[in-house]
Ligand binder design. Structure first.
Ligand SMILES: Nc1ncnc2c1ncn2[C@@H]1O[C@H](COP(=O)(O)OP(=O)(O)OP(=O)(O)O)[C@@H](O)[C@H]1O
Ligand SMILES: [Mg+2]
Length: 641
């Protein structure tokens, strides 16, 4: 039982283990593949976002220039400015320019005469009359008469002339930066400006130029507004999610990237790699960069001057954390889904394993019970699947069959034991009576015989004959009983059974009852000699043959055969007739002493009893098979050793 339960749990263990292995393998695979896909996609997404941000920043920058250009052109056409410029009304213009500068956030607003000399500066009423012909914008408007706008640089002297505070704002000490390009000059003194120049016309005649510029150096408001426009104030963990920067060459001139000290990182350099790709080759650069204290996904795009030459760069950077949070959230949800489906898969496989191993387990349990001698039937659960039910029903069918066969075997054994015990006790009683009767019978016979001698010729002679004959018959009966229950050891000697049979038949054949009976002999010549009491065996053959003849009053066939039983080596004698047969009811009684179906005086019912006793004493066995109206066969088996 121990062994069985171990093997059973083994099957279960193997099943559970295989399913677990499959579930975990599938789980791990989908985690690896899934996370990879999530990561790849989100990283690609992050870059796409930054690329889009960079594009909109570039567009916004260009729009800024266009809007301001339109504004300057519009103002240049206003009648008051046209009139004042034509009339050289400096006082009026100064007031007007200061108002424009303040209202629209310009750093420089000038009105230039048609010959290129300054008429009025919003920054300084006193400084005028100097030439602005060195400025690209003024040259262009004077040459073409058309407005011009774009990004450019002003030399330090030029910006200083425009205003002292502007000069101060312009100077940017270069902060050497690792990975940065080696720089010869320690200070950037050029001014990066958005500048617009529009013609002022009186009728068709160019009377002047309206000039406006925004200094980008140290222009925090400009980049911050830019950042707001592109990123709409997004934050991550309370920090701004993004930064914007304007580069002049590779130097940060305006930025909201902060350095380690929390100040704007003005004057720091872009890496040489970025500089080469964006500034020198004019293509955008996208990548991950560690800026000051955190990782950013950064994008750089070139900024061009009027001649479409690279002048600087526009930068947007988005905190990598922003994307990491998305990755984290997506990963967590994904792992949760995997976890839940794994748990579901495990629960389901547990249920299925139970479902499929339950019937097997029940059968193993029931078989164990069977082996212990109990007829254990399985409860067939209607909820089980068809195979399991069929298995259960087949098993129960087997239990039924085994129980029935056991019952029959027990019955037969009981009957056999009862029969032999009954015969033995009858035998003991009968032989006791026979012994007691034998002596008085001898006395009666002796005296009745003597009396008969004396009374010959008298009327008593016939009566005495009856007494003597009946006494003789009684003695025959007593002998029969004693033969059946004889307890003395008979003389045994090796004998040829075939010869014994031939002897008996030779005498019997002559008897009148055998006249219309055909005797068939099928004697096995290889039959070994058997140690027997020859007299007893002859009586046995006689009894069986006479019974057969009695059963065939109208004639028939008597077959006597001998053989060796292969399995046991016993000698077998079969006596078969084609007579009336024995009824089922009588079949169990024929070996009892005095059982006879024959008329009074015809049979005593001792023949078969004696036969049974003799065969028992020889250690053999006798069986009978009979069918009413067909015939009867007696089979005797005798041990050959
Ligand atoms: N070959 C047979 N065919 C049919 N019935 C038989 C046969 N042998 C025995 N019997 C039945 O068994 C009974 C008992 O037989 P058994 O030889 O013991 O006694 P009996 O032949 O009646 O009398 P007895 O042999 O003492 O003269 C018979 O009366 C008969 O009914
Ligand atoms: Mg008989």
């Amino acid at each position: 039982m121990m062994l069985k339960s171990v093997r059973r749990s083994n099957i279960r263990f193997k099943l559970v283990f295989s399913l677990l292995a499959i579930v975990f393998l599938a789980g791990i695979l989908s985690i690896i593949v899934g996370l990879n896909v999530i990561n790849t996609n989100l990283v690609r997404d992050a870059y796409a976002t930054v690329r889009a941000n960079l594009a909109s920043a570039s567009e916004l920058y260009q729009e800024e220039i266009d809007n301001r250009s339109r504004l300057i052109q519009y103002l240049a056409k206003t009648p008051e400015i046209v009139r004042a410029s034509a009339a050289g009304d400096r006082a009026f213009l100064f007031e007007k320019l200061v108002q424009i500068k303040r209202e629209f956030g310009f750093d420089i607003v000038n009105v230039v005469n048609a010959d290129g000399t300054i008429l009025v500066r919003a920054n300084n009423l006193e400084a005028f009359g100097d030439s602005m012909n060195g400025y690209r914008t003024v040259q262009e408007v004077r040459r073409t008469g058309a407005p011009i706008a774009g990004t450019g640089v002003l030399d330090y002297d030029d910006i200083a002339r425009e205003g002292g505070d502007l000069a101060v704002r312009t100077l940017i000490p270069v902060v050497p930066t690792s990975h940065g390009r080696p720089r010869p000059s320690p200070v950037e003194n050029r001014a990066m400006v958005i500048k617009i120049a529009a013609p002022i016309r009186d009728g068709g005649r160019l009377t002047g130029i309206l000039y406006g510029a925004i200094l980008l150096n140290n222009n925090a408001a400009f980049v911050d507004r830019f950042k707001r426009l592109v990123f709409k104030g997004e934050t991550v963990d309370g920090r701004d999610a993004a930064t914007t920067t304007i580069f002049l060459g590779d130097i940060r001139v305006a930025t909201n990237v902060l350095d380690a000290g929390g100040r704007r990182a003005i004057g720091t350099q872009a890496s040489e790699e970025v500089y080469r790709q964006v500034y020198e080759r004019g293509t955008a650069w996208l990548g991950k960069a560690f800026v000051v204290d955190d990782w950013y996904i950064s994008g750089y795009a070139p900024l061009y001057d009027f001649d479409h030459k690279t002048l600087g760069m526009l930068y947007v950077g988005v905190l990598k954390k922003k994307f990491d949070i998305v990755v984290r959230n997506t990963t967590v949800s994904y792992l949760l889904v995997i976890l839940i489906s794994t748990i579901l898969a495990l629960a389901l496989s547990g249920y299925l394993i139970n479902l499929y191993t339950k019937p097997v387990k029940r059968i193993i349990d029931a078989s164990t019970e069977m082996a212990l001698g109990f007829y254990h039937r399985i409860e067939v659960d209607p909820h089980d699947d068809e195979d399991a039910r069929a298995l259960g029903q087949a098993f129960n069918g087997m239990v039924d069959a085994i129980e029935e066969r056991d019952r029959q075997l027990t019955d037969l054994a009981e009957r056999t034991i009862l029969k032999s015990e009954k015969l033995a006790s009858i035998g003991r009683m009968a032989s006791g009576i026979a012994h007691e009767i034998n002596n008085p019978l001898t006395g009666v016979l002796t005296y009745s015989s003597l009396l008969l001698e004396d009374m010959k010729g008298t009327p008593y002679e016939e009566d005495l004959k009856v007494i003597r004959d009946e006494t003789l018959r009684c003695r025959g009966i007593v002998r029969g009983i004693l033969d059946f229950a004889r307890d003395t050891k008979a003389e045994r000697a090796p004998a040829d059974l075939n010869a014994l049979i031939e002897d008996s038949l030779r005498i019997l054949e002559k008897h009148v009852t055998f006249h219309n009976i055909r005797i068939v002999k099928a004697l096995d010549p290889k039959l070994p000699w058997v140690n027997v009491d020859a007299g007893e065996i002859r009586s046995v053959i006689n009894n069986l043959a006479v019974n057969a003849a009695d059963a065939m009053p109208a004639g028939g066939r008597l077959t006597i055969a001998t053989s060796v039983e292969p399995a046991t080596g016993m000698a077998v004698i079969s006596v078969a007739d084609t007579g009336v047969g024995i009824s089922e009811e009588n079949l169990g009684k024929i070996f009892e002493p005095f059982f006879t179906t024959k008329d009074r005086g015809q049979g005593t019912g001792l023949g078969l009893a004696m036969t049974y006793g003799a065969i028992q004493r020889h250690g053999g066995q006798i069986d009978v098979q009979s069918k009413v109206g067909v015939g009867t066969e007696f089979i005797i088996k005798l041990p050959t050793r």
